[in-house]
Ligand binder design. Structure first.
Ligand SMILES: Nc1nc2c(c(=O)[nH]1)N[C@H]1C(S)=C(S)[C@@H](COP(=O)(O)O)O[C@H]1N2
Ligand SMILES: [Mo]
Length: 377
């Protein structure tokens, strides 16, 4: 490992002021698809509509191939567990809204050149697996462990550094009971699909996607903070290349609209008819439970309280909200905003950092209201 094919100290590139999305970004965007926003209607995202992000290749793991999860490092009893071993532990199912930390990146100016998400890097699933804290207890986690490192089976190069996909959690987060981190073997009651980490992945409720290591094959406890690429170089909030930057952790609040009406093919502008229009969407926050969703129907952002569906106990999943708008002929901009119990909410100016992480800018949805009689036939 660590074979150098470039310069890791070279920062990721920012696009020039008028530079369009490049072929390299397009190549990533075709592999890593988003949630079609109309699928925000479902409580649980149907198979295939959940967003996908994979840095390197999806490992080829035939269904009948044996898989071993190794648990080692600073533990009293290193373990090697196959899927049957994992199924013998208590099983927990948690509904979790997963969002990529890079969601919103392509809306930034200047644009960090990477996976160019607009707002659609999100999805919700019921994940089933073993609580990580039980596995670490079984292995006898040492009291001086500070980080728990998770290694995926995928391998690639990032800014010249060859590596396995690796991320760590601080011991407190790894052993916590609320949220409870899962080593998951099922998604929506079925074995994990290849693109979502078959046969095993980590699920860290409330945290941005990078923490949920897919194709999980190794868990290692360490007595020093993990300094791998995805921890110390990527996923930090930096204004300048030399900044140490705070680590990206929990999901900032966000609300999105189910696109109202119907779209214009190229511009994606939404067309609605005059009169009452139900505006609905989802709101979530990994920082604290969402308590408020608001809607604005004017460009000046006058906020109106939307109705949140009653809390159904799925703390780590998005909540539905709805609002009735009386549409009048002409052009409009619709927005929504989520606020959580700790008062975190969404900004009207994009929070910029070099990686384009955690941009939870309020969404703006252009809508054209026309009577059916006036519509082109
Ligand atoms: N092994 C591995 N795990 C990974 C990744 C990866 O590239 N390799 N990508 C991470 C990122 S950045 C995100 S956003 C989520 C995406 O999970 P999904 O594809 O199941 O939606 O997986 C995370 N886990
Ligand atoms: Mo991500």
């Amino acid at each position: 490992m660590g074979h150098r094919l470039g310069d890791v100290s070279a920062p990721a590139r920012l696009a020039d002021p008028d530079e369009g999305i490049g072929r390299d970004e397009l190549a990533l965007a075709t592999r890593n698809h988003g949630l079609p926003l109309e699928a925000l209607r479902y409580d649980i995202t149907p198979p295939g509509l959940h967003y996908v992000l994979t840095h390197y290749d999806i490992p080829y793991v035939p269904q009948d191939e044996p898989w071993t999860l190794a648990i080692g490092g600073l533990v009293d009893r290193p373990l090697r567990l196959d899927l049957a071993d994992l199924r013998s532990f208590p099983q927990v199912t948690t509904r979790v809204t997963l969002e990529c930390a890079g969601n919103g990146r392509a809306l930034l100016t200047p644009r960090p050149v990477s996976q160019p998400w607009l707002v659609e890097a999100v999805g919700t699933a019921d994940w089933t697996g073993v609580p990580l804290r039980l596995l670490l207890a079984e292995a006898g986690l040492a009291s001086d462990a500070v980080d728990v490192v998770f290694t995926g089976a995928d391998h690639g190069i990032e800014r010249g550094v060859e590596q396995d996909y690796r991320r760590a959690l601080p011991v407190d987060a790894a052993t916590g009971a609320d949220p409870e981190v899962l080593v998951a073997y099922a998604m929506n009651g079925a074995p994990l699909p290849p693109q979502h980490g078959s046969p095993l992945r980590l699920v860290v409720p409330g945290w941005y996607g990078m923490a949920h290591v897919k194709w999980l094959r190794e868990i290692t406890a360490t007595d020093t903070p993990f300094t791998g690429f995805q921890q110390a170089v990527a996923y930090r909030l930096r204004q300048h290349p030399g900044d140490e930057g705070d680590p990206v952790t929990r999901i900032a609040p966000r609300a999105l609209l189910v696109p109202p009406g119907f779209p214009d093919f190229m511009s994606r502008t939404r067309i609605v008819r005059p009169g009452p229009v139900t505006i609905e969407g989802r709101a979530w926050s990994g920082q604290a439970p969402v308590t408020r969703a608001e809607v604005s129907t004017d460009a000046a952002h006058t906020w109106h309280t939307a109705e949140l569906t009653p809390d159904d106990g799925h703390r780590w999943a998005w909540r539905r909200w709805h609002f009735t708008w009386t549409a009048t002929p002409g052009e409009h901009v619709l927005s929504a905003r989520a606020t959580d119990t700790e008062g975190h909410t969404q900004p009207l100016e994009a929070p910029w950092n070099r990686g384009g992480f955690a941009n939870n800018l309020v969404q703006r949805v252009p809508v054209l209201c026309v009577a059916a009689d006036d519509a082109a036939s």
